[in-house]
Design a protein around this ligand. Structure first.
Ligand code: ACO
Length: 768
């Protein structure tokens, strides 16, 4: 919009999070043009409403057709003595009476306003409000220089004139009515807050909610650039689409801020990601610039919020706005669990993620917005039996209570902390930083990045002594390779060098290392998690790497496996082959926020624990003890124990209890034989030897093995199938308790268990 336009605009002061523009003088700006413009019209309207009826009639006569007999065609009463243009302040305004003739048709003012004779004062005032808006729009049409904007003003001017003539209500006629895109910007930002920050303690969540409100408020009063300005700035963008949205924005959001006879909508409620994408980059830049310039004027309590948290918030949001696969723009985002949109004041969030991933891509540009992809894989569907969101929120509130020892800060003290927890907290405190960097042939080398690349080359050379140094140098400085670098105290302490093959849908991890004195502190895990998130944002969901013999354990813990999911045809000839190394792959799940994953899992565990406690509290009921055993009953069905079902117990698959002891014996014998001959039975053949498994008998209180079971079978101990099954089950449970999941024993237990249950089912001892 040109500077000479009649309608003045402006965004509220940074820091104004309410729903109205900042009042003049409030906050950091001098008072917005928006406020001044609309206030001026409001004053005029109030003056006119309190003026005498003849004055009102004269005003409306200007917009009323002549009703004199003889079918006069005049549609506006015009004074014989029009006021000078511009009006002179020393002159008293003309006063008219109903007998004054019209300059155009000579009929009287009264002839033009007969239809208003019996009209209520309220309706008169409404029409007068429209009349003032018409005048204001008229000025805008004349002053506006931009052709597109001028055209919209003129259409609205005509629309409002017609409304006075027909005494109707203004309705903008368009092919589509608001909202124009779903989810709306407001919903998307709410989702973002939920998606990224739901695990934070309530105080920090509140900070983010405040930032989100502030951001939405800024958009609602943001001045869009005109289509021609945009064409000049971004010639490759969808100009036609932008013009449509610009016109809608003028009609439904912008002009109604001043001309309140038009129905007004909030930009954030009727537009979605498309409009946000077209304003975000410029808006972010201007907002940060404004914040910097006004930092001394900011109230102290807002300073940290605006100068520290707001830039991070905007960076994180930007990633989601331009990402192809961000779930926050899915209409189904949380719809299942919340049952509808989540108002910004109830969302849960955090200011935790501080990673500023800077990447010197050509021109330093972010990816171009493109059509949204389907979000099938990121949809959260409601599952039957889901716990209501309100209950979860209630439980969450107790978990994130600062008094509780379960907050992420304190959980560092826990022996069960996730490996990456310390690193995540260090990142949040700014102790460490993560950056994706690389050498570029198109850009002037940045000294800091070059220093970091040299640092990376050193770390890799020291940690991977078998790799020729020259080879490491070549790849680290090769423009096709990038490195996610880990910086502590301005120094590189680790990194992952990688090459992306978007056409082949995978990325090759070339080198991965953390400097010796910083290993096993969780940095390796956190690095990999950042790399995963970076790739999800860039739509590559597969990693391949040739892992060193000594690093296979690390890669397994990061979700890599020797079972490669990428078809060989995709990577053959692309990935570099390393002698003596093992090819490993990792498939990424785009709906997992990897850097937050362990916190989320931990929180989920806590939620479930609390829910169980609540359930137990609800059903706590003491039943009298069973007296039947005193009376000689030896056994009763479990389901007949009072209260057992209320605890959630359900009978497991019912099977046939063989009544004939000989038949039972021979069936169990056959099953035991099969189990013992299975290829995965070897760890369970005999009791565990103390010498082979230190501390085993301190951990496992009820040991069991297949030899003991054979002896028990021989001595006719197994009088019911349940006794037999319980012993067998104990073998598997003990094994999984003592051994880590990646161990061979653990896997044998799983496979043998599966085989055992197949045999039991085949024998009809449990239902198929
Ligand atoms: N073997 C088995 N497990 C390992 C190894 C290893 N060599 N290194 C780390 N781990 C385990 C850790 O014990 C930890 O397990 P836990 O969570 O159960 O306690 C887990 O892996 C992750 O530990 P982190 O502290 O997150 O990782 P760290 O910061 O130590 O970084 C890394 C791991 C990069 C492998 C580091 O040890 C290193 O630089 N090693 C030397 C260089 C190297 O071997 N790089 C890989 C070569 S292959 C390639 O580059 C493609």
């Amino acid at each position: 919009m040109s500077g000479s336009a009649g309608i003045q605009q402006g965004s509220p002061a940074i820091g104004a999070a309410g729903s109205a523009p900042a009042a003049p003088g409030a906050g950091g700006t001098e008072g917005s043009g928006a406020t001044v413009g609309s206030a001026r019209i409001a004053v005029k309207k109030a003056q006119l409403r309190s003026s005498p009826r003849p004055k009102k009639l004269e005003k409306l006569g200007v917009y009323s057709s002549c009703k004199a007999e003889g079918a006069c065609k005049c549609n506006s009463w015009k004074s014989q003595n029009p006021p000078p243009t511009p009006p002179r302040t020393d002159q008293q305004p003309n006063t008219f009476n109903l007998q004054d003739p019209c300059r155009s048709c000579s009929h009287t003012l009264g002839d033009h306003v007969t239809h208003l004779e019996n009209v209520s004062e309220e309706e008169m005032n409404r029409l007068l409000g429209i009349a003032l808006d018409v005048e204001y729009l008229n000025t805008c049409v004349h002053k506006e220089e931009d052709a597109d904007t001028k055209q919209v003003y003129f259409s609205l001017f005509k629309l409002l004139r017609k409304c006075i003539l027909q005494m109707g209500r203004p309705v903008v006629e368009a092919q589509e009515s608001p909202p124009f895109e779903k989810p709306s910007i407001e919903q998307g930002v709410n989702n973002f807050v939920q998606y990224k920050f739901s695990h934070l303690p309530s105080k920090e969540r509140q900070t983010i909610v405040e930032l989100a409100k502030m951001f939405l408020n800024q958009i609602n009063y943001w001045q869009l650039e005109t289509p021609s300005q945009r064409r000049q700035r971004a010639p490759a963008d969808d100009a036609a689409g932008y013009k449509v949205n610009y016109t809608r924005w003028l009609c439904y959001c912008n002009v109604p801020q001043f001309c309140d006879s038009l129905p007004r909508y909030e930009t954030t409620q009727i537009f979605g990601r498309t409009l946000l994408r077209s304003v975000f980059t410029v808006m972010r830049k201007q907002l940060l610039e404004q914040a910097r310039q006004e930092k001394d004027k900011l109230p102290p309590e807002k300073r940290t919020l605006i100068l520290t948290h707001f830039p991070k918030f905007l960076s994180m949001l930007e990633e989601e706005v331009y990402s192809h696969s961000s779930p926050i723009w899915s209409e189904e985002f949380l719809a299942g669990s919340s049952g509808g949109p989540i108002p910004i004041h109830t969302v849960q969030l955090s200011i935790d993620k501080t990673a500023s991933v800077l990447e010197p891509s050509p021109g330093g540009q972010k990816r171009k917005p493109s059509e949204p992809l389907p979000h099938e894989e990121t949809k959260k569907l409601r599952i039957v039996g889901d716990i209501p969101m309100e209950l979860i929120n209630e439980v969450m509130a107790t978990i994130t209570d600062p008094a509780s020892m379960l907050g992420p800060e304190t959980s560092l003290l826990s022996a069960h902390s996730a490996r990456d927890e310390a690193a995540r907290l260090e990142e949040r405190r700014g102790v460490i930083e993560f950056h994706v960097i690389g050498n570029s042939l198109n850009q002037k080398p940045n000294k800091r990045i070059l220093m970091w690349l040299v640092g990376l080359q050193n770390v890799f050379s020291h940690q991977l002594p078998r790799m020729p140094k020259e080879y490491i140098t070549r790849l680290v400085f090769d423009p096709k390779h990038k490195t996610l670098s880990l910086i502590k105290d301005g120094r590189v302490i680790g990194g992952i060098c990688f090459r992306m093959f978007p056409s082949q849908s995978f990325t090759e991890i070339v080198f991965c290392a953390v400097t010796s004195n910083e290993q096993v502190k969780g940095y390796g895990t956190h690095l990999m998690n950042h790399l995963k998130e970076y790739h999800i944002k860039h739509d590559i969901l597969n990693f391949l790497t040739y892992a060193d013999e000594y690093a296979i354990g690390y890669f397994k813990k990061q979700g890599f496996s020797k079972d490669i999911k990428v078809p060989m045809a995709k990577y053959l000839g692309y990935i570099k082959d390393y002698e003596g190394a093992t090819l490993m792959g990792c498939e990424l799940n785009p709906s997992i926020p990897y850097t937050e994953f362990s916190v989320i899992i931990k929180k989920q565990k806590e939620i479930i624990k609390k829910l169980i406690e609540r359930k137990q509290a609800q059903i706590r009921k003491v039943y009298p003890g069973l007296s039947c055993f005193k009376e000689g009953v030896r056994q009763i069905p479990i389901e007949s124990i009072p209260g057992i079902r209320e605890t959630g117990w359900k009978p497991v698959g019912k099977g046939k209890e063989l009544k004939d002891p000989d038949q039972l014996y021979s069936t169990l014998k056959t099953i035991l034989q099969h189990v013992k001959s299975h290829q995965n039975a070897w760890p369970f053949m005999e009791p565990v030897k103390k010498t082979e498994a230190p501390g085993y008998y301190q951990v496992i209180r009820f040991p069991m093995d297949l030899k003991t079971m054979s002896e028990r079978l021989k001595s006719r101990y197994y009088t019911t199938r349940k006794l037999f099954m319980a012993d067998m089950q104990r073998i598997f449970t003990n094994c999984r308790e003592y051994n880590p999941p990646e161990s061979e024993y653990y896997k044998c237990a799983n496979l043998l268990e599966k085989f055992f249950y197949t045999k039991i089912k085949e024998a009809g001892l449990i239902e198929k």
